[in-house]
Design a protein around this ligand. Structure first.
Ligand code: ZN
Length: 233
């Protein structure tokens, strides 16, 4: 599933080739002849995803402007919560938890001032990863059970080019950034990948199955396209 919006323009000419261009304002434009089936266009986009992402990155670099300070807001399943930094006396690993509408970071007071932001950032990343694994595993179990299919394992990774993937050996992989998206959007990505355990393509039967579990999937897919750059750690 490509993590960018794109527009398909069909040409009436019989001989037109399939091309992709990346514009600073118009975004990703895919031109294809009228007779080309949707799955073939989708496959073409999938193959060019790496190139498209590199081109998009050149236009709009997503630089994290986070400072990891008290009160700064961070996303957690679609909601923003302020950071609360609690300095503690024991030299323990930085820990993060959700507490009364705050993201509470417990930090050893002995860390030098200049390195506190890195410590907090690393702690947050670990927390996102740990929470991500448990929440996503729960969702995957729910939908694989409903579908009566099995997966081999789940990985949550720091990947920028995809939201999720399903390998031929039924291994599911999800982007760590999903933990910042609203639950219904995470559900959509999980449903999308779990449905690939049944249909290994983006055929109309595949989308029919996705719609069965997530009738508003188009809206959720659009949310990911629009908010991709918001989800920075
Ligand atoms: Zn897919």
């Amino acid at each position: 599933m490509p993590p960018f919006p794109y527009k398909i323009i069909r040409s009436k000419k019989l001989t037109t080739g399939t091309t992709i261009s990346v514009h600073p304002e118009k975004g990703v434009i895919v031109r294809a002849p009228f007779w080309m089936p949707s799955f073939a266009i989708q496959k073409f986009i999938d193959e060019k995803t790496g190139w498209i992402l590199r081109s998009l990155a050149k236009i709009k670099p997503t630089v994290s402007t986070k400072k990891y300070q008290e009160g700064e807001k961070h996303l957690y399943f679609g909601e923003e919560y302020p950071l609360k930094i609690k300095l503690i006396g024991q030299p323990v690993r930085t820990s993060v938890e959700m507490a009364e509408g705050l993201i509470l970071v417990s930090l050893y007071y002995g860390h030098i001032e200049e390195k506190r932001d890195i410590e907090i950032k690393d702690g947050l990343l670990r927390w996102y990863l740990e929470t991500g694994i448990s929440v996503i595993t729960e969702k995957v179990n729910l939908y694989t059970e409903k579908l009566g299919v099995n997966y081999s394992r789940i990985d949550i990774k720091k990947v920028s080019s995809i939201w999720g993937s399903c390998s031929p050996s039924n291994r599911l992989c999800f982007n760590r950034k999903l933990i910042m998206a609203p639950h219904e959007v995470v559900d959509y990505v999980v449903i999308h990948e779990v449905c690939h355990l049944v249909h290994r393509n983006h055929s109309s039967r595949f989308w029919g199955l996705v719609a069965k579990f997530d009738p508003r999937y188009k809206e959720h897919r659009r949310w990911l396209y629009r908010n991709h750059s918001l989800l920075s750690i």
